[in-house]
Design a protein around this ligand. Structure first.
Ligand code: FAD
Ligand code: NAI
Length: 467
C-alpha cells in the first residue's frame, strides 16, 4: 500500500498550494483530484476564466467608449465569441498545466479519482476508471472547496438557466440576462455579458448590492453600474422561472412578500452564493464534524475533531476566496512541519474585477460602528487624481478608516480603475500594524492612481493636498 506523510484531497488553490508547500518542507505528498485537470474551481471554472472574459469584454467595450476619445478610430468592434472563448480556454489551460508542472517539479504524486476518507490515516481513491485503491498517510487535508448554491423553483440546466459555470460558456450573447444575486459573481459576469451587448437586470434579495463590502462603496458602485446600463431590482426575490416558452419568464416578488411581476429573459444566471462541498468524502463514517452551515468544523488551526484530519479553503468557515484558501494551505503545511503557520483573517483583501474595480481590506464602517470602535476616516476622489483625470477614468474614491486614538489603519476601501492592484499597499501596511500617518508620509510616485491612497491617508489628518 502506497504510504505518504500527507494526502491532500482536492487541488484547488487551497489544496495545490498546500501540497507544494508541504513538499518544499520535505514531506512525501500525494494529491487526489476527481476532475481531469488540477486547479479546482478557481482555475477551471472560477477566478481564471471569469477574469479572461472580463479582460476581453473590457477591451471590446473600450473600442467604442474610450479609444475614439484618444483619437484612435478603429470602427465598430466585431464580436467573435468563439475566439473570445478560446482566449479564455487557453488562459485556463496555461494555468492548469502550470499546476501539473509544479506537482512534477515538487515530486507530488497525483491520483485521479474521488477521494474518500476511510479513517484517520486512510484514503480510498475511486479512479475515474472505476478501480479503487487505498492509500496510507500520516495526515489528511480536506480541500474540496465549494459548489453553486441552488435556488428552489429555478432549476439550473447550464444552457438557459445557468450558474457561473454555464455563464462562462454561453455560445451567444443573450438579448436579455436576468441575474439573481448582486454579489461578486452576479456583478462580474453580468458585466461581461452587458459589455458584449446583453441587457442585464440584477435582482437582489437585500436592499443593497455587495453585502459584506463597505456600504458607501457599494452605493457608489451601484450608481456607476447603473450609469453603465445595469438595472437593479433590490429587495426582491425570484420565486420561479417558467421555461415553457421561447423566452424564460421569471416571477419576481418583493423580498417581504407581495404582488409578483413577470420579467422575461433569454438567460437567467443564478448567483446567490456557494456552499461547502463534502459529497462522497465519507466524513460521516470517519466521524468528522460539520458546523450548522455544512462546513467542515475546525479549531482555528485547521484541525478537525479527528486527529490527523485537517481542512482548509472554501469547505471551512471564512471568505470563499482563492487567496484565503492558498494562505490556509501554506499555514497548515507549515504547522504539520512543526512551524508556526498562521493566517491573518484581519487582512484578507477582497476584489470585484469589474470596471471600475472594487477593492477592500479590513473593517468596513458598518463593522466598526457595530463593534463600537471610535474611528476617523479620510476620503479622496479619483476626480482629483492627476493620472485618472488624464486617463478619463475618474469614477470612484479611496476611503481609509483609522483608529481614532492610535491612528492605526483598520480598513481601506477603494472603487476605481485597478483598485485590485492598489489595495495591496494597504494590506502590507495593515499587516505591519501601520498608521494612516505612515501611509501619508510614504512618498508615492507621480502621476499614479496610488497617489489617491496617500491623499486619502492625508485626509485622515484633514490635510489632503489636492482637495
Ligand atoms: P476549489 O477551488 O473549489 O477546489 C476543490 C477541488 O476539490 C476541486 O478541484 C474538486 O474537483 C476537488 N474535489 C472535491 N471533492 C473531491 C473528492 N472527494 N475527491 C477528489 N477531489 C475532490 N476567488 C478569488 O479569490 N478571486 C476571484 O477572482 C474569484 N473568482 C471566482 C469566480 C467564480 C465564477 C467562482 C465560482 C469563484 C471565484 N472565486 C474567486 C472563488 C474561488 O474560486 C474559491 O474561493 C477557491 O477556488 C477555493 O479554493 P479551494 O481550494 O478551497 O477549493
Ligand atoms: P455572494 O455571496 O457574493 O452574493 C450572493 C448574493 O445573492 C447576495 O447579495 C445575496 O444577498 C443574494 N441572494 C441570496 N439569495 C437570493 C435570492 N433568493 N434572491 C435574490 N438574491 C439572493 O455569492 P456569489 O456572487 O454567488 O459568489 C460566491 C462566492 O464566490 C463569493 O463568496 C465570493 O467570495 C466568491 N467569488 C469571488 C470573486 C472575487 O473574489 N472576485 C468572484 C466570484 C466569486
Amino acid at each position: 500500500m502506497a504510504s505518504y506523510d500527507l494526502i491532500v484531497i482536492g487541488t484547488g488553490p487551497g489544496g495545490y498550494v498546500c501540497a507544494i508547500r508541504a513538499a518544499q518542507l520535505g514531506m512525501k505528498v500525494a494529491v487526489v483530484e476527481k476532475w481531469p485537470t488540477f486547479g479546482g474551481t478557481c482555475l477551471n471554472v472560477g477566478c481564471i476564466p471569469s477574469k479572461a472574459l472580463l479582460q476581453a469584454s473590457e477591451r471590446y467595450e473600450e473600442v467604442t467608449h474610450m479609444l475614439p476619445k484618444m483619437g484612435i478610430g478603429v470602427g465598430k468592434p466585431k464580436l467573435d465569441l468563439p475566439t473570445m472563448m478560446k482566449f479564455k480556454t487557453d488562459g485556463v489551460d496555461g494555468n492548469t498545466k502550470g499546476v501539473a508542472f509544479l506537482f512534477k517539479k515538487n515530486k507530488i504524486e497525483p491520483y485521479e479519482g474521488t477521494g474518500r476518507i476511510l479513517s484517520a490515516g486512510k484514503v480510498e481513491v475511486k479512479g475515474n476508471d472505476g478501480k479503487t485503491q487505498v492509500l496510507e498517510t500520516k495526515n489528511i487535508v480536506i480541500a474540496t472547496g465549494s459548489d453553486v448554491a441552488k435556488l428552489k423553483g429555478v432549476e439550473i440546466d447550464e444552457k438557459r438557466i445557468v450558474s457561473s459555470v454555464g455563464a462562462l460558456t454561453l455560445d451567444k450573447v443573450p438579448e436579455k440576462m436576468l441575474v439573481i444575486g448582486a454579489g461578486v459573481i452576479g456583478l462580474e459576469l453580468g458585466s461581461v455579458w452587458r459589455r458584449l451587448g446583453a441587457q442585464v437586470m440584477v435582482v437582489e434579495f437585500l436592499d443593497r448590492i455587495l453585502p459584506g463590502m463597505d456600504g458607501e462603496v457599494a452605493k457608489s458602485f451601484q450608481r456607476i453600474q447603473e450609469k453603465q446600463g445595469v438595472e437593479f431590482k433590490l429587495g426582491a426575490k425570484v420565486t420561479g422561472v417558467d421555461t415553457s416558452g421561447k423566452k424564460l419568464k421569471a416571477s419576481i416578488e418583493p423580498a417581504a412578500g407581495g404582488t409578483a411581476e413577470t420579467i422575461e429573459a433569454d438567460v437567467v444566471l443564478v448567483a446567490i452564493g456557494r456552499v461547502p462541498y463534502t459529497e462522497e468524502l465519507g466524513l460521516k463514517e470517519a466521524g468528522v464534524e460539520l458546523d450548522q452551515r455544512g462546513r467542515v468544523q475546525t479549531d482555528g488551526h485547521f484541525q478537525t475533531n479527528v486527529k490527523g484530519i485537517y481542512a482548509i479553503g472554501d469547505v471551512i468557515a471564512g471568505p470563499m476566496l482563492a487567496h484565503k484558501a492558498e494562505d490556509e494551505g501554506i499555514a497548515i503545511a507549515e504547522i504539520l512541519a512543526g512551524q508556526a503557520g498562521h493566517t491573518n483573517y484581519d487582512v484578507i483583501p477582497g476584489v470585484v474585477y469589474t470596471f471600475p474595480e472594487v477593492a477592500s481590506v479590513g473593517k468596513t464602517e458598518e463593522e466598526l460602528k457595530q463593534a463600537g470602535v471610535a474611528y476617523t476616516s479620510g476620503k479622496f476622489p479619483f476626480t482629483a487624481n492627476a493620472r485618472t483625470k488624464v486617463n478619463q477614468t475618474t469614477d470612484g474614491f479611496v476611503k481609509i478608516l483609522a483608529d481614532a486614538k492610535t491612528d492605526r489603519v483598520l480598513g481601506v476601501h477603494i472603487v476605481g480603475a485597478e483598485a485590485g492592484e492598489m489595495i495591496h499597499e494597504a494590506a502590507v501596511l495593515m499587516e505591519f500594524g501601520g498608521s494612516a500617518e505612515d501611509l501619508a508620509r510614504t512618498c508615492h510616485a507621480h502621476p499614479t492612481r496610488s497617489e489617491a491612497v496617500k491623499e486619502a491617508a492625508l485626509a485622515v489628518g484633514k490635510r489632503a493636498i489636492h482637495m
